[in-house]
Ligand binder design. Structure first.
Ligand code: HEM
Length: 223
């Protein structure tokens, strides 16, 4: 082995310990649930656009309601979906705190920054023949860094939206809402890239990657 490359203590970059896997799948499930609430809110139920349908359905029983009454009804449905969005939102906040906790006091295998530094070091020191392979891992880790940034934005803006009645947050409410909305699309973009990248790696060069992420490392333990 080239001694200039080998670190004193090697930080594994493909070691998926149980807390990391728990966090990964729990967080993935919660983000999926959040996206489903938005799908229901904005597309499947879209209660606001259903107001004329409520009016028409009730008119069959000779009940006439005004558009305002219809909107009040739509609001109740919409609020129920937002309530679920907030419950899942709080669960994401809890997972986020757990991730920060692991990052701050966890062992190096669980600290994202340690893994990122390690792959940057390996990329810097890799011989030209291995640059492309190491570069792909570095690219993947960089997208994870972006994901953590998006998640932080989602948690902070989500909390600002939850505490909309707090007076000092009112001036930034609209900005938080817009940022929350736009960041959702960035998260969707990340998910697409991530899933395609993982399936590609599993097929082409890293057989067993997905099962390691589900069941953990068998032997050998380190990347
Ligand atoms: C990471 C996944 C998440 C996605 C994809 C997501 C997506 C969205 C979207 C698209 C909206 C509508 C914004 C608008 O009206 O323009 C929204 C609203 C909202 N989100 Fe999230 N969000 C996520 C996480 C969170 C988290 C972590 C929290 C809480 C900490 C949260 C709390 C809220 C609240 C309170 C609203 C406003 C609900 C209302 O109008 O009553 N969200 N979210």
């Amino acid at each position: 082995m080239n001694e200039t490359i080998a670190p004193a203590v090697e930080v594994p970059i493909k070691d998926y310990r149980a807390p990391l896997r728990f966090w990964h799948w729990g967080n993935a499930a919660l983000i999926t649930l959040q996206l489903i609430t938005i799908l229901f809110q904005k597309v499947i139920v879209n209660s606001k656009s259903a107001v004329p349908e409520f009016q028409q359905a009730l008119s069959k029983d000779s009940v006439a309601i005004t558009a305002q009454q219809g909107r009040a009804f739509a609001h109740i449905i919409s609020e129920r979906i937002w309530d679920w969005h907030k419950y899942f939102g709080w669960a994401i906040v809890a997972f986020f705190v757990l991730r920060v906790f692991l990052q701050l006091i966890g062992p190096s295998e669980l600290r994202f920054s340690a893994r990122l530094m390690e792959i940057m070091r390996r990329y810097r020191l890799a011989p030209p023949a291995n640059k492309s392979e190491t570069g792909k891992i570095l690219f993947a880790k960089t997208t994870y860094a972006l994901f953590y940034l998006f998640l932080t934005i989602m948690v902070v803006t989500g909390l600002i939206l939850i505490y909309e009645d707090v007076s000092f947050l009112r001036p930034i409410h609209h900005l938080a809402e817009e940022t929350h909305n736009v960041t959702m699309y960035l998260i969707i973009g990340f998910i697409v890239l991530h899933v395609v990248g993982v399936v590609w790696a599993e097929i082409k060069e890293d057989n067993g990657l997905i099962s390691r992420m589900i069941g953990g490392n068998k032997v050998p333990k380190q990347a």
